[in-house]
Design a protein around this ligand. Structure first.
Ligand SMILES: [Fe+2]
Ligand SMILES: [Fe+2]
Length: 489
């Protein structure tokens, strides 16, 4: 595969298709210059006719083609992330460049001080001669609601009032769904006690149980764990939502209290799975840790537009999806004889269900107060398809890592296209969308009909994909997480 094919494949990963074999779809890639010449053009011309507004992010991917120097240099891919930090003060906007993907050591001279100043997160700076060049026009662009095709802040300001009016309700109906810390399980409840004389014995038992789990199971469990470990991204994402964000970092507003406590509950999920994996001796922890770091660097883009209507539809779906996934890893762990891991995954799944209940209740309230707005938001997210939070996952080697992980999860029945359709159907029933009539315009009714018929259409697409898969040759992929051993995908 040549560099151009590689880029094509990368962009293909971003294409949305209702007939994908795995239920996870990816957002449309923003239009980006793909070679230095294009990057130069970017510098000289306005990037977008509708430039960015507060806290928007423009992402572009630059491909730096190999030079003719011997030995053949590697393909260089960089993601340039332009962070416009403070729209009120153009001078304070900061530029952060993050290397991404298959970046190999560069032999060119070191970057200039001004270029390296923008590099963060331990990323390898590009050589000066190849550095990403970003438009000065972007840095001085006026405020609007679109960045390189991504809509931001799409909730009209008057609708923020809906969320203000729901603060009392959130305090009464949402916060009780959180568990007091003193009543919560902690990772150490499930893991060998390192202060105990029995520690070594208990670790040996853990490793004996883990030895019965196949490699493909570990691929899925590691993928789930890495997804959980990118929690900083998810808290950030929720705090981008207008009207419900934690304005101070310690706000007493019920929305903010919920978000912090939700994060604190979620924080245990990746923690316990990571410690289990470390003790199991079955995975290459360094590659797993690198993947986590890469994923947090990459972030996520679920298409929620800083809009809490869209954001809470997304989280309602996503919490159920994670509950299904952890529930299935629990089932498989039990089938392979690891009852402790089964209990662990089942306990995580129970948390996810509680969170799903909370987010589902918020959308229920929105449907009561603003049926048209809520219905359009549900249809909007379903049209975009719900992206998995870890859709930008990679390990620095395999840019198809997420797709390969998703394929294994599909094949093992941990999370499948049919699960996706089931979740859509479940939410349609839970929110009683089929009976929703009052308060809907013609557009709202069309949105309702689209959503109510979606699960059936997805199941038919899943059946076609399964039929095709039966005739396809089985494919294998190496996973760095399990020391480059191959697994059927
Ligand atoms: Fe979780
Ligand atoms: Fe969750």
């Amino acid at each position: 595969m040549g560099p151009d094919d590689w880029i094509h494949a990368k962009n293909e990963r971003h294409a949305m298709s209702p007939e994908r074999e795995t239920p996870w779809s990816l957002p449309q890639a923003p239009s980006c210059p793909t070679n230095p010449q294009d990057a130069q053009e970017t510098q000289d011309s306005p990037v977008s006719p509708t430039p960015p507004r507060a806290e928007t992010i423009a992402v572009c991917t630059h491909r730096f083609p190999p030079t003719s120097a011997a030995p053949p240099p590697p393909l260089h891919i960089y993601h340039a992330v332009l962070l416009l930090a403070d729209p009120r003060d153009q001078r304070r906007r900061t530029l952060t460049l993050v290397t991404d993907s298959l970046v190999q050591p560069c032999r060119s001279r070191a970057p200039s001080a001004s270029a390296s100043a923008g590099w963060r997160l331990g990323a390898r700076p590009p050589p000066a001669r190849r550095q990403c060049r970003v438009s000065a026009a972007v840095l001085t662009a006026p405020v609007t609601t679109s960045v390189r095709g991504r809509v931001t802040h799409s909730m009209p300001p008057e609708k923020a009032e809906v969320f203000r009016s729901l603060e009392g309700w959130a305090g009464r109906s949402l916060l009780p769904l959180l568990k007091p810390v003193e009543e919560c399980w902690q990772p150490s409840d499930f893991l060998p006690d390192s202060s105990s004389e029995m520690f070594e014995h208990d670790v040996r038992e853990l490793r004996a149980r883990a030895a019965g789990l196949p490699d493909e199971y570990f691929v899925v469990l590691v993928g789930d764990m890495i997804t959980e470990e990118a929690l900083p991204t998810y808290q950030t994402m929720i705090n981008t939502l207008d009207g419900v964000r934690d304005e101070t970092g310690a706000s007493a507003c019920p929305w903010a209290v919920w978000t912090r406590a939700w994060t604190a509950e979620e924080n245990r999920h990746g923690d316990i799975l990571g410690k289990y994996m470390y003790l199991s001796g079955r995975v290459d922890m360094r590659m797993v840790e690198k993947t986590v770091q890469y994923l947090i660097c990459s972030g996520m883009d679920p298409g929620t537009e800083n809009n809490p209507y869209l954001g809470f539809v997304y989280t309602s779906f996503q919490e159920r999806a994670t509950a299904v996934s952890h529930g299935n890893t629990a089932r498989l762990a039990r089938a392979h004889g690891d009852d402790v891991l089964a209990r662990t995954c089942g306990t995580i799944a129970a948390d996810e269900k509680r969170h799903e209940t909370a987010y589902g209740r918020i959308v229920e309230q929105l449907l009561l107060l603003d049926p048209e707005g809520a219905m359009l938001a549900i249809a909007d997210m379903m049209r975009k398809r719900i992206t998995m939070p870890a859709h930008l996952m990679h390990d620095g080697r395999d840019m198809n890592l997420f797709d390969n992980f998703a394929s294994v999860a599909q094949r093992l029945g941990v999370y499948t296209a049919r699960d996706y359709a089931d979740i859509v159907e479940f939410l349609v029933k839970r929110w009683q969308l089929e009976n929703l009539e009052s308060g809907l315009s013609g557009e709202g009714r069309r949105a309702r009909d689209f959503v109510c018929g979606l699960a059936q259409r997805m199941r038919r697409a899943a059946e076609r994909a399964e039929d095709r898969a039966k005739t396809d040759e089985p494919r294998k992929a190496k996973f760095s997480w399990i020391y480059d051993r191959e697994v059927v995908i």
